[in-house]
Design a protein around this ligand. Structure first.
Ligand code: ME8
Length: 529
């Protein structure tokens, strides 16, 4: 299968990035699309930089709410899970996501491995049988601690339904035993990002750690049975967290572990920052290098909800893609999305503003100017860079942009990645304004100067386009086609790798290359009245 291709370009450990695996009780929405798109951008950036990448996303299927949702429709849980898992796969494919694998927790390959991991956990001495009683959030498949339950008014903070008092006899994982190691891990500084999220987790650890159930009863035949104890089913969260290991637990891929980044949102940070590392400690496995928890999208100023009708669902996502193009959606998600600690608003007016300002008026317009002048004054062939006052004028700004993008990419600061690349495009525009090649061109004696100016512009634009490729792959490939750089597209096809440092060196475009004008890359959007 195509998505399993992983090219052995070097013996270095592949960069392993994951998204949460999403519940299949419903179809995907903008939140799921966001995390997976962001992961795609990061994965593409690492491939562009020449690194092998393993990018995993998928679906979490053994939740009780899947059994309920299926029953309401007269389907089996597997049928309902199949239908929704397909919706996630189709959506991601349509949105240009190039994950290496898509794991489903109902697949045999996952279930078999989980049984093995549970066996090892049981043998670790960190699991005991105990009775648990507490407030249960059925929608989230999660027990809520007493103080939190009180704070939430004994209602789910996610769906507002009453928490239920529940008691069970289960297998428990001795999480509390790992408190010192977890505290040390969190204090190390870069394990949980952003910083404020790390402090939240540390604060909660200070309140004390309760042991956690890793199995449950009454799973209605849907889930993974605990080995040698068929009454108990592996608790869906434990089953789900293991996906990060089960997907790569093959001779070919085991070397991907540990994960470089688990990308998630704030809602599931506790599981990833505390429970998951403790389980790995108990199993004697390496810990992921980083857990990055972004914030939430709200919509038109309010929390997304079906009843308010402001849910950014698949239909709305498709509407944006049809109207503005897929890359514009990716750009909007990357530049205005909630990667920090505040939520972001998905609003149509904001989308149009970003689209017109950055993509139509800046990036698209700047490329048109360069292509138009090259066609008007040099018959569409890139002029030579003779030495005159303008030689290498944009070389410094281009080098700065390349350097800055690499700095911020390491911090997953996608908005700044885009901003630095766009700054280079603004530098090109300012350079055109200052040198006024359209005026110089009136004097034939000045044509070598005009040529040098245009060479500078095209070269800087090429470098900006390389830096923007992870965010807007199709449009940048189209731009490459128009400036004779199809070999970049070929190198990056089928999970291939690029040469970021070479491609951002100055002076790669050969004079004489055909520069194609073509249609506007990002036509200006005018609202239909
Ligand atoms: O929690 N804004 O699955 P889930 C941004 N199966 N991102 C959002 C979002 C929003 N409004 N809403 C959801 C689960 N997300 C478990 C995970 S992992 C081992 C198991 C994204 O379907 C975000 O990434 O509820 C969040 O963490 C995830 O969807 C939760 O997806």
């Amino acid at each position: 299968m195509l998505w399993r291709i992983i090219r052995p370009v070097s013996s270095a450990k592949p960069f392993y990035i994951t998204t949460p695996i999403y519940y299949v009780n419903d179809r995907p929405h903008i939140g799921h699309v966001y995390t997976t798109t962001i992961a795609d951008i990061v994965a593409r950036y690492h491939r562009l930089a020449g690194q092998q990448v393993f990018f995993l996303t998928g679906t979490d299927e053994h939740a009780a709410k899947v059994v309920d949702a299926a029953a309401e429709r007269g389907m089996t849980p597997q049928q309902w899970a199949d239908q929704n898992a397909k919706a996630f796969q189709d959506t991601f494919a349509r949105l240009g996501i190039i994950n290496n694998d898509f794991i489903r927790t109902s697949q045999d390959r996952h279930k078999k491995q989980v049984v093995e991991y549970i066996r090892r956990l049981l043998a670790s001495g960190d699991v005991y049988v105990g009775e648990y009683e507490g407030w249960y959030d059925a929608g989230q498949e999660e027990y809520v601690p007493e103080n939190k339950a009180k704070e939430y008014g004994y209602k789910s903070p996610v769906n507002g339904k009453p928490l239920v008092r529940k008691s069970e006899k289960n297998d428990f994982f001795a999480l509390s035993k790992y408190e010192p190691q977890l505290r040390e891990l969190l204090e190390r500084g870069d394990f949980v990002q952003p910083e404020a999220r790390r402090n939240e987790v540390l604060g909660r650890i200070s309140e004390g750690l309760n042991d956690v159930p890793i199995s449950r009863t009454g799973a209605r035949g849907w889930g993974i049975s605990v080995p040698d104890d068929p009454d108990q089913t592996v608790y869906v969260w434990i089953d789900a967290l293991f996906n990060y290991l089960s997907a790569i637990d093959t001779d070919e891929l085991r070397g991907c572990w540990p994960a470089d980044v688990h990308l998630i949102a704030k809602d599931i940070l506790w599981f990833h920052a505390v429970i998951w590392p403790a389980m790995l400690m108990a199993l004697g496995l390496d810990l992921p290098k980083r857990v990055y928890a972004h914030s939430f999208w709200i919509s038109e100023g309010q929390k997304m909800s079906k009843s308010l009708g402001n849910f950014i669902d698949l239909e709305k996502i498709d509407h944006y893609v049809e109207t503005f193009g897929l890359d514009a959606l990716r750009y909007f998600l990357a530049t205005t999305g909630p990667m920090g600690t505040t939520d972001s608003d998905f609003a149509e007016a904001g989308f149009i503003e970003v689209y017109n300002a950055d993509l139509a008026n800046t990036l698209g317009n700047c490329f048109s100017r360069i292509a138009n002048m090259t066609n008007r004054y040099f018959e569409g062939k890139l002029p030579s860079k003779s030495s005159n006052p303008y030689a290498s004028s944009l070389e410094g700004p281009a080098a700065n942009a390349a350097f800055d993008v690499q700095q911020v990419a390491a911090k997953l600061d996608l908005a700044q990645m885009a901003a630095h690349a766009l700054q280079l495009v603004r530098n090109i525009d300012a350079f055109i304004e200052n040198t006024a090649p359209f005026k110089l061109a009136k004097d034939p004696a000045k044509l070598p100067e005009v040529g040098t100016i245009l060479y500078n512009c095209a070269e800087a634009m090429r470098i900006a386009s390389v830096l923007l490729w992870p965010i807007m792959p199709s449009k940048m490939q189209e731009l490459w086609r128009r400036i004779g750089c199809d070999h970049y597209t070929q190198a990056l096809a089928d999970h291939g790798t690029g040469k970021l440092s070479e491609w951002t060196q100055w002076g790669q475009l050969s004079p004489g290359t055909a520069i194609l004008q073509g249609e506007a890359l990002f036509p200006r959007y005018q609202a239909v009245k």
